[in-house]
Ligand binder design. Structure first.
Ligand code: F6P
Length: 547
């Protein structure tokens, strides 16, 4: 039986009204909008799960927001949220539930999916992680030669790396400083060699993190890790003391030689990019301790509950997701910049790149028909204030519209003289300068020579959100990540796409495997390549032999 084709989002009345809004908004400025609405800066704000979102500096009127919210309702966003939380198979192309929200449900809740209480299973794994983490942190987990673990190396890639490394960096000030934590992801041997060169294998624990336990990069690095260990610590027996696995694939874990007693599982309903709060976060738990990890889960859960229950007009992820739709589909923006004013969040933009772009970089609807709108924007960013001295010029005076998410905290983790006030003054100044600019008259009045006036004029009208929280803590980080997860969900529902598959990464993987065989001489008959690729491979081999 064929499914009824849902109406295209572009044919919905609020979509058409938003096209008209967009033409109108082009003639408005943030200066005039703020002048007309003296309370705008307070009214266009929402709070949830410990985060304050000021979205008043966006190129929207009350009517724009009303239409965006109507669009969400016409796309049945509430029904889709409920379906996700019920465990329906909303990842249609893989026929899977999408239940990262179950990873942070408290132990006294229950969620039965396909006859199984997934919350109970989640807490069983959490308890095992906790027991293991305590042993390592107390020094009672010993290596093969009886030494305690001093170094932890997570080997994984994509969601099995970016979440753990981002969380470790973000929560470093809460971490056990007596241990070294490193993260190896790249197939480039440099990554492994540099991560291990100063470490004693007798004191090193590897966490092999891979949902599938078949990923080329991770398994190649894991094999190199095993060789590195065995060449220094002797027998195969050492592996069980120095390797643990995080995976859904017990067979492959066993084949690799890791005792499944030392395996921490998760489930096919956790997407890689949504897995940092599953057992994939084992390195995070080792670093910040089980209590800290549970605090982080509480932060995720608080945002989940906010997303599930808050009215859309006060719902942070819904508002942020709809604003992304507004800029992407109506205002012609190609990218979103995420600019955290906190050095500990230096890997946050990289983490968000996978979360947002692997989720919403899609060209067909759920039913396979081509999308008729632009989908996922490009996310990028750097911590402030560093970015101010490199790319902000283009945001202020370039020709592109780049919506920004500023992120800042009231209390620093490392108070140092006036550093924090200076940091936050910069955040506030950037939002203000981008929104309101500086007119030619103002520039002239400041005594600037005529020939410089156009160069020193700022048009303004550059939109931003500001997310403000008390302090960067495990709890705040959980809320922040969940905020973006659910914003991505909201966007995906409006576009009618599957935000939870990632078929686009497959073709390159298959072709790389073929070329690996060709380069290693396993395949005598080279697969046919286009002339450019064939010549590059020929030259590479000639240069390698020549060197
Ligand atoms: O290639 C993309 C991807 O499948 C991501 O979605 C995933 O996070 C990553 O690879 C790693 O996969 P795994 O955890 O199975 O090694």
């Amino acid at each position: 039986m064929t499914r009824p084709v849902p109406p295209r989002v572009t044919s919905l009345p609020p979509w058409k009204a938003l096209v008209a809004q967009c033409r109108m908004i082009e003639h408005r400025s943030l200066r005039s909008l703020f002048a007309e609405e003296p309370e705008r800066g307070r009214m266009m704000a929402a709070e949830g799960a410990g985060l304050y979102l000021d979205y008043s500096k966006n190129l929207v009127t009350g009517e724009t927001l009303r239409l965006l919210l109507e669009l969400a309702r016409e796309c049945r966003l509430s029904d889709h949220i409920a379906a996700m939380f019920r465990g329906e198979h909303i990842n249609r192309t893989e026929n899977r539930a999408v239940l990262h929200v179950a990873l942070r449900m408290p132990a006294d809740r229950s969620l039965v999916v396909d006859g199984v209480d997934v919350v109970r299973e989640v807490h069983e794994v959490l308890d095992r992680m906790e027991t293991f983490s305590r042993k390592v942190r107390e020094g009672s987990w010993k290596g093969a030669t009886g030494k305690a673990v001093k170094n932890v190396i997570n080997i994984g890639i994509g969601g099995s790396d970016l979440g753990p490394v981002m969380a470790y960096e973000a929560l470093r000030s809460y971490s056990d400083r007596s241990r070294t934590f490193r993260f190896v992801s790249n197939i480039d041997g440099t990554d492994f060699v540099e991560a291990t060169r100063d470490l004693d294998p007798e004191e090193t624990l590897f966490i092999i993190s891979s949902k599938t336990f078949t990923t080329l990069e991770t398994m190649t690095n894991a094999r190199s890790a095993r060789e590195w260990l065995l060449s220094r610590v002797g027998s195969n027996e050492a592996v069980r003391h120095h390797f643990v696995a995080v995976s859904t694939n017990a067979d492959e874990v066993r084949k690799f030689g890791i005792d499944t007693d030392n395996m921490f599982g998760f489930w096919d309903w956790v997407g890689g990019r949504y897995s940092m709060d599953s057992a994939i976060g084992l390195s995070t738990m080792l670093a910040i301790g089980p209590e800290g990890f549970r605090e982080m889960l509480a932060g995720f859960y608080a945002m989940d509950e906010h997303f599930r229950t808050a009215p859309f007009e006060k719902n942070l992820p819904v508002l942020m997701g709809l604003l992304v739709v507004w800029y992407t589909n109506f205002m012609g923006s190609q990218t979103i910049a995420v600019l955290p004013y906190d050095q500990y969040l230096k890997r946050f933009p990289a983490y968000l790149q996978q979360l947002t772009m692997e989720s919403n970089g899609k060209h067909v609807h759920l039913d396979g028909s081509p999308v008729d709108t632009t989908t996922g924007p490009i996310y990028w960013g750097e911590p402030g204030t560093n970015g101010q001295h490199s790319f902000y010029q283009l945001i202020h005076q370039g020709t592109r519209l780049i919506p920004i998410d500023f992120i800042g905290f009231a209390r620093p983790r490392n108070p140092l003289g006036s550093h924090h006030d200076i940091l936050m003054a910069n955040l506030f100044a950037q939002g203000e300068a981008l929104a309101f600019g500086k007119t030619a008259e103002e520039v002239r009045a400041a005594g600037v020579p005529d020939f410089q006036v156009p160069h020193r004029t700022f048009e303004g009208n550059r939109p931003s959100n500001t997310i403000l929280a008390d302090q960067l803590s495990p709890r705040t980080l959980g809320s922040l990540v969940a905020l973006y997860e659910h914003s991505v969900f909201t966007q995906g529902i409006i576009w009618g796409i599957d935000s939870f598959d990632q078929w686009g990464v497959e073709l390159g993987k298959v072709m790389a495997v073929r070329i690996i065989d060709e380069l290693s001489g396993k395949k005598t008959e080279a697969p046919p390549h286009d002339v450019s690729t064939a010549e590059l491979i020929r030259r590479y081999q000639a240069m390698k032999e020549g060197g």
